[in-house]
Design a protein around this ligand. Structure first.
Ligand code: TYM
Length: 335
């Protein structure tokens, strides 16, 4: 039975402090889908190089991201959780797929345009071909489903296009993956500007709830969240984007729908509502934070599971890579 499970693939960049958006949009769904699929989760450290990193901090952050996946409840003995940069197949397939991707397609990527405008001093080629590396990540593992937040859907589309193009030329080499976004929490917005997504690269720390924020900080940030001059807790993304974002967050954490939330807070001011959201989020994150503190310094345990999973990831992904190399006509290495 085990090997009949469909395959799930996802990952996060090891850049900056993870936010509640990363948790509600991705990590939480990984956990929910975990039993049903055979799962591969990458610490996407190659992707992080598109922005300059401080090497020592970056190294630590990547290790911490691995520990955080585990703290969120993903068992590294049952899931293949590994470092992208430890598995050479990613860079190799990425190069090959670059030759099957058109600049016209990459020119349309909104995340590239957005990042290029933010880092105008460093618009490197990696930033531009980043979606191709992401396609390689996913296609190497023949993933059926890729749980991501809404901001990654365009990258999933290009992945599907590349896979279909390649299959059209060479036969069924790749599984064409489907995205998975939760009904709620797939697009968490900034607490300071609800028109923008909550992002780990936001310069204003009050705009994001970081997964390691303590309870007081979380309460304070929600208290300061930008809303409107009305007093009614009502779901209306256009007219009341700030309140609607807080309702989305509250709903994602408690499982309540928007109507329930509206009646729960009918006649109550924004202050009480914000306090309730803060409490709910602090309660959600506390167990993961505790577990993270327990494991992050357990070097022996982390090294053991990282080593084993890196190897598994290489073994699985290399099967696809070998097939691809053969299909495109690259010669075998002589042993
Ligand atoms: P990254 O690291 O920016 O984000 C990791 C995951 O968190 C989701 N996310 C959000 N969801 C809801 N609301 C938000 N405000 C929010 N912000 C982020 C993202 O959609 C993502 O699912 N390119 C990817 C990493 C990656 C990857 C992959 C993902 C590389 N290769 C292969 C899946 C499969 C990225 O930068 O995600």
């Amino acid at each position: 039975m085990e090997d009949k499970k469909k395959i799930l693939y996802s990952g996060m960049q090891a850049t900056g402090n993870l936010t509640l958006g990363n948790y509600l949009g991705a990590l939480r769904n990984w956990k929910t889908l975990n039993e049903e699929y055979e799962c591969f989760f990458g610490v996407m450290d190659f992707h992080s190089l598109t922005v300059r990193q401080n090497p020592a901090e970056f190294r630590q952050r990547a290790r911490n991201l691995f520990a955080l996946y585990v703290a969120a409840g993903l068992d590294p003995e049952k899931n293949c959780i590994y470092f992208q940069s430890h598995v050479s197949t990613h860079a190799e397939l990425s190069w090959i797929l670059n030759c099957y991707t058109y600049m016209g397609e990459l020119n349309r990527m909104t995340q590239f345009k957005d990042k290029a405008s933010k880092h105008s001093d460093n618009i490197n080629a990696g930033l531009y071909t980043y979606p191709v590396l992401m396609a390689a990540d996913i296609l190497l593992y023949q993933a059926d489903v890729v749980p991501v937040g809404k901001d990654q859907l365009q990258h999933l589309e290009i992945t599907r296009d590349i896979a279909q193009r390649f299959n059209g030329l060479y036969g069924d080499v790749f599984t064409v993956p489907k995205p998975y976004t939760g009904k709620i929490g797939a697009g968490v917005k900034s607490l300071q500007n609800p028109e923008k997504k909550m992002s780990k690269s936001d310069e204003n720390p009050n705009a994001s709830i970081y997964l390691m924020d303590d309870a007081d900080t979380i309460r304070r940030k929600f208290k300061r969240a930008v809303t409107d001059s009305d007093t009614q807790v009502r779901y209306d993304v256009k007219e009341k984007p700030g309140i609607s974002n807080l309702m989305d967050i509250y709903g994602a954490v408690t499982g309540k729908d928007m109507k329930d939330i509206e009646s729960e807070f009918a006649g109550v001011g924004y202050g009480d509502f914000k306090a309730a959201v803060g409490e709910a989020v602090a309660g959600l994150l506390a167990p993961m934070q505790e577990r993270f503190e327990e494991i992050k310094n357990d070097k022996e345990y982390l090294d053991r599971v990282i080593g084993a999973n890196d190897e598994k990831a290489f073994y699985v992904s290399n099967k696809t890579l070998r097939k691809v190399k053969k299909k495109v006509g690259l010669t075998d290495r002589i042993k």
